[in-house]
Design a protein around this ligand. Structure first.
Ligand code: HEC
Length: 204
């Protein structure tokens, strides 16, 4: 019973983690913490009863639920993910049109800029961890607020044409609807980027 519930929890955790873009290793750790807390609490209550009877299914599930609440409360003290930085804007690309910039802001600046609008849920672990990691990784890949003159980027147009960005978890559950560009908007964005210095297309 405990094993089955644990496996089910792990599966739900991994799918849920992928949906919000939480790192799989972190997801496994979180679920493991819930499972361990539940087992400890089940064993202790079994001892109190003198192991006269096996725990009921509802009792077991209730303990998993309680443990989840405990773990979610405890992880709020982890400092990672609470610092929501927005360093000064150094240099943006010389956008060919204001519309090009506007489309980039809507779809990409949430992770690839120094003008991140940190959402309210980014203060609550584990969402705060996911959001912080996306912004850190995104800025490491390319930061349109620190573009620099003479810099050449051959990934942006390609990534947009292939539909790889923004990542699926960014617009899941109706989040960031402004980042869902229509086909016409994508065409306009790509045309605008082709006319913006610094954006080159990778033919490879
Ligand atoms: C939710 C945050 C987020 C948003 C929004 C987002 N990105 Fe990304 N982007 C990432 C992360 C994280 C990575 C690095 C990991 C990866 O490639 O998935 C990345 C990687 C990239 C890369 C490097 C990819 C490569 O293959 O070298 C480019 C270019 C890029 N993004 C462009 C964009 C563009 C253009 C937009 C808007 C249309 C956008 N991103 C929107 C998070 C984001």
């Amino acid at each position: 019973m405990v094993l089955l519930t644990s496996l089910a929890l792990l599966a739900i955790g991994l799918v849920g983690g992928a949906v919000i873009g939480l790192h799989p290793a972190i997801t496994v750790l979180l679920v493991a913490a819930v499972v361990v807390t539940s087992i400890v609490s089940l064993v202790r209550s079994g001892r109190r009863r003198g192991d006269a009877q096996r725990p009921s299914a509802t009792g077991t599930i209730a303990r998993f639920g309680l443990s989840a609440i405990v773990v979610l409360t405890v992880i709020q003290v982890v400092p990672y993910g609470r610092e929501h930085s927005n360093p000064p804007v150094a240099m943006e690309p010389a956008w060919s049109t204001p519309e090009t910039r506007e489309l980039m802001v809507r779809a990409c600046f949430g992770c690839h800029s120094n003008e991140v609008m940190w959402p309210t849920y980014s203060n609550i672990a584990p969402f705060s961890w996911a959001v912080t990691q996306h912004v850190q990784e995104g800025r490491d890949e390319i930061n349109y607020s620190e573009f620099g003159s003479g810099k050449e980027d051959d990934d942006t147009i390609e990534t947009i044409l292939e539909g790889d960005m923004p990542p699926g978890y960014y617009t899941v559950f109706g989040l960031h609807p402004e980042a869902n560009l229509t086909g016409t908007e994508v065409d306009a964005l790509v045309a605008g980027l082709r006319d913006t210095p610094g954006f080159v297309e990778d033919d490879g």
